[in-house]
Design a protein around this ligand. Structure first.
Ligand SMILES: [Fe+2]
Length: 341
């Protein structure tokens, strides 16, 4: 319904004032309806608020007074402007009602011109508010659409990078997804925020992306690695950072990827970071990565039994691994992983 087709509700206990207002407003082509007190007004507003353009309301009425009508509309239908009608002696009260949410006031006796102008302004104000609300709604829909598109392209980019890693190293097929899955369980046990969980998921999926830059012969070598080959393998966290650097939306996870082979006791690589120097999310990936590496087949050995792998993780608490993460891993292992892995 267009605003011009809606009614103006006139609330006044004096019949002649209601009549003057109805005649004046209808001469200006407005539709009207009336209520003789606040109680009746609230009933009409409850039932017909969709069809009301504005309300003109007297302050002093028997039973339910004007301030309760203003309060009700401000709470339930703030889009409907209320014009207060007040005697000259009630000006202070009228101003209080404007603070409560009324649009404006007119003092009795009012002039026709004043009435016409105040109602016009009230309707213009309402139409502006409606436009603003629609604009806000459209904006929110746009932002949601853009975010969904952006998330989609993040997921696609991450997906193709994972495929590229797993193409290179046949023994690590599914590794990234499993590490991401274990990490999400640990994150849950550690009560991480949603934002941290998202970062952890991407970092866990992409932690070994640097292996793209390492030759297949070294990655898939069945025997023991030479010192030089091991040094080359150790470059994969930093290579991963180089590969992902141009993707600005992944900025936050670069330090995590770079640190996923750091050890809690400072004997890891590439920088020998110690304890809290290592990002928390990297300390989580480190434990999950080690567990999955031990329980999966490698070019040089068969998979370890999960109980033995868990024992290794427990033995590494405080040296290779952060004890808090080990505790969370054991909790999640006992609750979930022991059943499904
Ligand atoms: Fe790695």
């Amino acid at each position: 319904m267009e605003l011009q087709e809606k009614k103006i509700l006139i609330v006044d206990d004096e019949e002649d004032i209601r009549e003057i207002l109805v005649d004046s407003l209808e001469s200006l082509d407005y539709h009207t309806c009336t209520a003789a007190d606040g109680d009746e007004a609230i009933d009409i507003i409850k039932e017909e608020h969709e069809g009301l353009a504005a309300i003109i309301c007297d302050l002093k009425m028997p039973k339910v007074s004007g301030d309760q009508v203003v309060h009700f509309v401000a709470q339930e239908h703030p889009i409907i402007p209320i014009i207060i009608l007040s005697g000259f002696a009630q000006l202070d009260m009228a101003l209080d009602h404007i603070r409560m949410g009324a649009f404006d006031y007119m003092s009795k006796p009012f002039k026709f011109k004043e009435l016409a102008l105040t109602v016009k302004r009230a309707l213009e104000f309402r139409s502006l508010k409606e436009k603003q609300a629609r604009y806000q709604e459209e904006l929110e829909i746009k932002v949601k659409e853009i975010t969904a598109k952006l998330n989609n392209s993040v997921i696609q980019t991450v997906g193709s990078l994972i495929m590229a890693i797993e193409e290179k190293d046949k023994y690590t097929r599914g590794h990234s997804h499993r590490v991401a899955f274990y990490s999400s369980m640990v994150a849950q046990a550690m009560n991480l925020s949603n934002e941290e969980k998202k970062e952890l998921e991407y970092a866990a999926l992409l932690h070994d992306v640097g292996k793209i830059g390492i030759s297949d012969q070294i990655l898939n070598k069945p025997g023991k690695l030479t010192n030089i080959e091991y040094e080359i393998i150790k470059s994969h966290p930093s290579k991963g950072v180089k590969i992902l650097e141009p993707l600005k939306f992944l900025d936050n996870i670069l330090p995590i990827i770079e640190a996923h082979h750091e050890r809690y006791d400072g004997k890891g690589y590439p920088h020998g970071l110690i304890q809290e120097q290592i990002p928390m999310l990297a300390r989580i990936i480190c434990v999950c990565d080690a567990y999955d590496a031990m329980t999966s087949e490698r070019s040089y050995r068969k998979p370890l039994a999960k109980e033995i792998a868990l024992e290794e993780i427990t033995n590494g608490s405080g040296s290779q691994f952060d004890p808090k993460v080990v505790d969370a891993f054991i909790t999640t292992y006992n609750n979930i992983l022991s059943e499904i892995t």
